[in-house]
Structure formats: structure tokens, C-alpha cells
Design a protein around this ligand. Structure first.
Ligand code: GLU
Length: 481
């Protein structure tokens, strides 16, 4: 008996990879890697009407982007119809499954009656009582039928979930559920067992919405006499409003996060903490750290909350930590045209400065214009506050004079010249720093002013300050922004 851990992620390709799915994939991956096991990707595309190949590509792309590389080829349920049919046939031969000819109306009536009585509704099992000749008659009359599993009604079905503990149900509460629909296609609770069993899956790790399905699946394992894997269900993910995370909460697809310029390492880190607890105060983890640290026993039952603000913060931490050339490469992937004509060394220097304060690579792309172009406008509020009147012009003229005499244009000499001037004018240095930043960038925030000035170079700084001297202060009613 081979002891290798084998897990799988089994998305349905009916949409892009959403955060819940991405978290499931991540936990499976971590568990496999930590144990030297295998992580498989199975595409559950039996719903032909809703499954699309482009989603398969997109899901694979998202997983690769997150660094969750799977083992072996992709497995497609749609290519395994023969296996499902064979398993149904086996159960029919062993009289562990039966044809059900009940019409939708009949079933609806059964349900209404059960609801009236307030009792659990499950299929009555009526068709399991049909005689051979009744069945023959219906088949000859070409009555449509589905196939149901014959569930033994005595005793209990139970399993020990690695997260939720013992889960048990009385068998009389599991009805004879459908394993093959009228159109011949097999149902999820059936095929998932055939697949997991054929793939020798040792641990099924998935969302807690499948907790109750698991009982039905165990019934299938039992009738087929196959090995039952271990199960670990992951807690729900909620939005900050306490509701199940959904499109209403904004971006919920991995691709959307990618396009918005978040780093995969930030998303991986954040998803890992949705339901898993490292046992101490640490919050920043790389994928490699997680492979070391992850454990199923530290998954909590309590629903996890996806807090956008926390995610923003974490994203900033990862942007700060990432090598500038990695960020530049990612920017290039997002937009190959971005500042193509600028020499890479200068771009790299800009990224290095900007990554200290930005939350996404898109922030770096959209908030760095002043490194390349003179500002067209000056933020109005800042202008009114920082360049209040002509006295600022006088001060800035003096600053230009002092700058004119610095010997070597560097962060240190610029700073010294500004601080000396502030001292001789008996002013807080901020009185010069803020208008200078405004003149150079047009906006109130940015990286260290002295570093920025060194990077822009003497000529550009002089030109921009002179332009500002002509255009500021704003005259009353003038809208500069
Ligand atoms: N296709 C199912 C889903 O996306 C898979 C559930 C499972 O892992 O068994 O929810």
C-alpha cells in the first residue's frame, strides 16, 4: 500500500476562479507539498450547458499565477462517462441501485405532503418496490427513468472530519438519491466518489458547503466497497458585513485581483489566513513559509472574514518586500507598453522608490507620472494651503538661489541647502518642502522630496519650480486641478 498523500482541487469551469476556490486550491497544495504528496487538478465539467473551455484556461492561469502548480495532466470528468456508466451498471447488477420512473409531478406531490406533515423529505423509495414485470412494462412503454441509490435505512452514516469533527446522520435521513439522471448523465455526489476513488485520493479538502454531501458520498463508497478518504472541510468566507462572500462584495475573482495589480504572494498570504491560524501573531508568510508551517489541525471552524482593508495593508507589505525587478516584470506583463521608451535603470529606480508606499503595481504605474512629465496642474486644495500667497514665491526664489549654489546635485546636498535656508529664514522646513513638492509633482504626497529631486535632476527641478512660480498662487476662483 502506497502511503503518498494525494489531494485534488476540483473546480467546475462555470466561471473564473473565485476567492473561495482559490483558498481551497491553496490549502490542498500546501498540504500536498508539506507531505511530499501529489496535488491534482480535476475539472468538473459535467454540467455541459454551463461549462466553458475558456474558464478552464482562466482557472489554470490563475492557479499558475498564484504559484499553485499541479501534478500530472488535467483530468476532465467529461471524458470519464464510461467509468461512471460502468459503476452504475455494477450497482444495478448488485441490486444496490434501481430505476425510478416517478414523474416530476409525482415527486412534487410527495414533497408537498412531507412538508405539510413537517417531516424530513426524502424520496419514498416507491420505485424500489416495482416488480420485474412492472419495470419491463415501463421500459417497453419508453417511460423515462433515472437511477437511484438504494440506501440501507437502518443504522447511521458517519465520518470524522479533520476540521469539523464527527459528523453523523441516521440513514433514514439519507434518501435514495439520484446517481444517474434521466438523460443518462451521472450526478455530482456519485461521480465525485468514482473519481476520488479511481485517483486514490487520500484527503478531500474542500469548502464546508460540501459537508452534508459527504454523507451521501460515504454511502456511495460503502455500496461500491471502496476505500473512504479522509475529509477536511474549510470554513465559509464572509464579507465584512457578515454575509457570505459574493459578487456583491466587489472583486471576488482571482483574475480581477491580478488585473488590479495585486501580487500573487499577497493574495496567497491573505487566503492562507482565511481559516488557518498559525498559532502566533505572525501575519506575513511566503508560499514557501506556508508549505513549512501549514497544518490541517490549525484550520478553524469559525467562518473567516475577507477584510478588504486588511488585504490592502498586506498587499502593501508584499509590494515593499518584492525585488524591484520582479515588480517591473509584473508591470510589463500587465502592460507591455508602459514607459517603453524610458531606460530600464531609471524605471527600476522609480519602482524601488515607489514600492515603499504603494499597495499595488497599478498604483506604481498610475502614480508615478511626475517622474516622467512636468505636472500639468496643481492640486487645488494643496495649492491653497501650501502656496497661499506671494510670500511663498519670494521664499521659493530664495530656495532656487540656494539650489543654484549646491556643488553636487544629490539627496544630501539638496536637503542641506533646504534646511540651511529654513534656518536662516527662521522657518519650519515644511514651509519649503510642501510648496517644492507641489511645484515638482502637482500632488501633495510622494516619496522623500530630496531623493525625488536627485532623481529628477537639477534641470527638471529648476524648470518645474520656475513654472510654478509663474502659475502659483492660484488666483481666486482659479481651478487648477
Ligand atoms: N466541483 C465541486 C465544486 O466546485 C467540487 C467539490 C469537491 O471538491 O468535491 O464545488
Amino acid at each position: 500500500m502506497n502511503n503518498t498523500i494525494r489531494v485534488r482541487f476540483a473546480p467546475s469551469p462555470t466561471g473564473e476562479l473565485h476567492l473561495g476556490g482559490a483558498r481551497t486550491a491553496l490549502f490542498n497544495y500546501l498540504f500536498a507539498k508539506q507531505n511530499g504528496g501529489k496535488f491534482y487538478l480535476r475539472i468538473e465539467d459535467t454540467d455541459e450547458a454551463r461549462s466553458r473551455e475558456e474558464y478552464v484556461d482562466q482557472i489554470c492561469d490563475s492557479l499558475r499565477w498564484m504559484g499553485l502548480h499541479w501534478d500530472g495532466p488535467l483530468l476532465f470528468q467529461s471524458r470519464r462517462k464510461e467509468e461512471y456508466r460502468a459503476a452504475v451498471k455494477q450497482l444495478m447488477n448488485e441490486e444496490k441501485a434501481y430505476r425510478c420512473f416517478c414523474s416530476t409531478e409525482e415527486l412534487a406531490e410527495e414533497r408537498t405532503n412531507a412538508e405539510k406533515e413537517g417531516s424530513f423529505y426524502g424520496y419514498s423509495g416507491k420505485c424500489s418496490q416495482l416488480t420485474d414485470s412492472e419495470i419491463k412494462g415501463k421500459l417497453n412503454a419508453a417511460e423515462p427513468f433515472c437511477i437511484r441509490l438504494k440506501v440501507i435505512k437502518s443504522g447511521n452514516t458517519s465520518f470524522l472530519d479533520e476540521v469539523y469533527g464527527a459528523i453523523e446522520v441516521e440513514n433514514k435521513e439519507i434518501d435514495d438519491f439520484i446517481i444517474q439522471r434521466t438523460d443518462g448523465s451521472a450526478t455530482y455526489n456519485f461521480v465525485v466518489v468514482i473519481d476520488d476513488s479511481d485517483m486514490d485520493i487520500t484527503h478531500v479538502i474542500r469548502g464546508e458547503d460540501h459537508l452534508t454531501n459527504t454523507l451521501k458520498q460515504i454511502a456511495v463508497y460503502e455500496v461500491l466497497d471502496r476505500n473512504i478518504p479522509k475529509f477536511a472541510h474549510l470554513p465559509m468566507i464572509l464579507g465584512t458585513d457578515g454575509k457570505r462572500l459574493s459578487k456583491r462584495h466587489g472583486a471576488v475573482g482571482v483574475q480581477t485581483y491580478r488585473e488590479k495589480g495585486y501580487l500573487p504572494q499577497a493574495l496567497v498570504n491573505f487566503l492562507a489566513l482565511l481559516g488557518w491560524n498559525p498559532g502566533d501573531e505572525r501575519e506575513i508568510f511566503s508560499l514557501e513559509d506556508l508549505v513549512q508551517e501549514f497544518s490541517l489541525s490549525r484550520i478553524v471552524k469559525k467562518a473567516a472574514v475577507f477584510d478588504d482593508q486588511k488585504f490592502e495593508w498586506m498587499s502593501g507589505q508584499h509590494i515593499m518586500k518584492a525585488p524591484a525587478n520582479e515588480l517591473l516584470e509584473r508591470i510589463r506583463k500587465l502592460d507591455p507598453e508602459w514607459k517603453k521608451s524610458i531606460i530600464p535603470d531609471y524605471l527600476l529606480a522609480i519602482v524601488e522608490v515607489q514600492q515603499q508606499r504603494m499597495k499595488t503595481i497599478v498604483d506604481i504605474m498610475t502614480q508615478s507620472d511626475y517622474f516622467f512629465d512636468d505636472p500639468e496642474n496643481y492640486d487645488q486644495k494643496t495649492s491653497l494651503k501650501r502656496w497661499r500667497d506671494e510670500s511663498v514665491n519670494t521664499l521659493m526664489e530664495k530656495f532656487l538661489n540656494s539650489l543654484g549654489s549646491v556643488e553636487e546635485w544629490s539627496e544630501e546636498t539638496i536637503e542641506k541647502s533646504l534646511r540651511n535656508l529654513a534656518e536662516s529664514e527662521d522657518l519650519n522646513p515644511g514651509k519649503i518642502i510642501h510648496p517644492t513638492r507641489l511645484a515638482l509633482t502637482g500632488v501633495p504626497f510622494g516619496p522623500s522630496l530630496f531623493l525625488l529631486m536627485e532623481m529628477l535632476g537639477e534641470e527638471i527641478c529648476f524648470r518645474r519650480i520656475r513654472t510654478a512660480l509663474n502659475r502659483l498662487p492660484l488666483s481666486e476662483g482659479e481651478d487648477s486641478a
